[in-house]
Design a protein. Structure first.
Length: 326
């Protein structure tokens, strides 16, 4: 009888520890540095967003946030690594529209966006800008559309940073809303696409606003409109595309942080609360503004819902345009 009682007490203690340990782990989080994977090469907008937030977020967490680039397959390689990581909050990813676009773009994916990942929150949004080569005889979006429609389909072309990139999707949305046909010319990065727009090899492109600003200010490119719903402080004299001749057009690139599915809710809540704390810093807001980012605070649940809605939206656009990954 004593042996049975002792065994029962031992089992109860073990069972209790199974409930207590996760709670203790969550309470102690973070106890070491957090790795923030960027699934693209250094220097792009996602990398810039990650490095902007990492210091302030790390200070709020009381631990370093280490940015690590794992590029390849339009972001799929880095995101798959996070999806397979231990769900303890120490391996996260920052991503953008590709999180919602790639499931429609690729015939097979190494992870399921909605089943294998969960959102921590948002970092912010940024705009692109419709730029055209200086030799094109147009001064606004309305004139551009008239020029395109007066010519054979696909006579004019736009350059992008690659198939499925935000450059590409901003242009595909432009084509969809305006019901025009413009040839897509993909490049390996936004820099080459912008250079060929300057030279006139392609007639237009939709670069990230912060990257285009020096070329626009230097009169090497004409900026016809920014892609968001409001003008940007970086180019205050440039109207929105909707203002300039295409009502109903809106494109903002968003940046979100994801964790592996199964990450404890308490850990997600801590990460989100400290992310919000970082984003409310006036110093960080100023730094983000100089790079063309607008801080955006959102709960994990609202971020999940946004990603799901964006997946549905872009699946339709990708299908209608007949786009497939190379």
């Amino acid at each position: 009888m004593k042996i049975k009682k002792a065994a029962g007490a031992l089992c109860a203690a073990i069972a209790a520890s199974c409930w207590v340990q996760p709670a203790l782990a969550a309470d102690a989080f973070p106890a070491r540095a957090v790795t923030l994977i960027v699934p693209f090469a250094p220097g792009g907008s996602v990398d810039i967003a990650a490095r902007l937030i990492s210091d302030a977020w790390g200070r709020a967490l009381g631990q370093s946030v280490i940015v690590e680039n794992r590029a390849g397959a339009s972001g799929n390689i880095g995101m798959a690594a996070v999806a397979r990581a231990e769900p303890n909050g120490y391996t996260l990813a920052v991503n953008t529209m590709s999180l919602a676009i790639n499931p429609a773009l690729f015939q097979s994916m190494p992870f399921d966006t909605q089943k294998d990942l969960r959102s921590v929150g948002t970092i912010g949004t940024s705009q692109h800008v419709l730029t055209v080569t200086n030799s094109l005889p147009v001064a606004n979006v309305a004139e551009l559309l008239a020029y395109v429609r007066a010519r054979p389909a696909n006579e004019l072309s736009f350059g992008s940073a690659g198939t499925g990139s935000t450059f590409h999707m901003a242009a595909e949305l432009f084509k969809s809303v305006s019901k025009t046909q413009i040839l897509h010319v993909p490049y390996k990065g936004g820099g080459p696409a912008m250079l060929d727009t300057i030279s006139g090899q392609v007639q237009m492109s939709f670069p990230v606003l912060s990257a285009a600003k020096p070329q626009v200010d230097g009169k090497k490119l004409k900026a016809l409109g920014v892609t968001g719903t409001t003008r940007s402080p970086l180019l205050p004299d440039v109207p929105t595309i909707a203002e300039s001749g295409l009502p109903g057009y809106e494109f903002n690139t968003w940046f979100v942080i994801s964790a592996p599915a199964g990450t404890p809710q308490a850990v997600i809540d801590t990460l989100n609360a400290k992310l919000e704390q970082a984003l409310r810093s006036p110093e960080l807001a100023q730094r983000m503004g100089r790079e063309g980012f607008d801080p955006l605070i959102s709960s994990p649940a609202k971020t999940d819902a946004m990603v799901a809605a964006e997946m549905t939206r872009w699946a339709g656009i990708v299908k209608d345009a007949g786009i497939q990954a190379n």
